[in-house]
Design a protein around this ligand. Sequence first.
Ligand code: NAI
Length: 259
Amino acid sequence: MTRKIAVSGSASGIGRALAGLLREQGDQVIGIDLKDADVCADLGTRDGRALAVESVLRLAGGALDGVVACAGVAGGTPLTVRVNYFGVVALLEGLRPVLAAAPAPRAAVVCSIAGGIQPVDPDVVAACLEGDEDAAVALAERAIERGAGALLYPSSKSALARWLRRVAVTPGWAGTGISLNAIAPGIVLTPMTAPLFADEAMRAVMATAVPMPLNGHARPEAIGEALRWLISPANTHMAGQVVYVDGGAEATVRGPDVY
Ligand code: NAI
């Protein structure tokens, strides 16, 4: 049976790889991105998120089996918080009621090793979890003013992981049969990281900060394969998990006592 899966960030990197894998197995993919997608919408804005939800539901004919939120941006600006946290949460919450009616509904998001092992701005994380986008953006601007913009990407991903762990087990998600989980990649070779690899000093920083003893930096298909399983009917019992697909980086950095 053809499953209908919405994938954000489908025009590039991990989202694009996942969309290809899903289409290969016969799924109908409804891609969402800024351009080159079935649904062109800006998940950094409230209007864009509403347009995305409405357009996906229209293209899906009102029935959806899965949603995967891959769209994200790197960098230390308020946009990072808008897209990586509020864009993801609004898309998932907007599609949840329709998803809940599917026979084997699944949802997944892409977090990051950065959200697990790097320092965050706790106030930004708290504002995200309170659902207060204006406050989160104001706090992000304050972080930039004091030279702490680098905290914003890890903060956006940490907040996303916490949101997911909080809601995944609630009646609205697990209670309606929706499995909601995350993949947290290490460093993946995509257009997002290409500029970092072009800089020799940055390559050294990445090697130290995100050591990947298993097979080194990942291709986007490696993350796509993990996401594909998370949203497959075979995944009947995973809920609220942030799964590191990171070449061993998280285990190396956090050690054996965190699991
Ligand atoms: P990418 O830059 O290749 O793809 C991201 C896609 O998201 C692009 O097609 C872009 O147009 C789309 N996007 C960005 N802002 C958007 C918006 N406002 N509205 C709609 N679409 C938007 O990046 P990549 O590497 O594939 O990243 C995918 C996800 O994986 C992101 O959430 C990223 O934070 C996460 N990630 C990536 C890692 C890496 O090393 N590449 C490591 C850990 C996490």
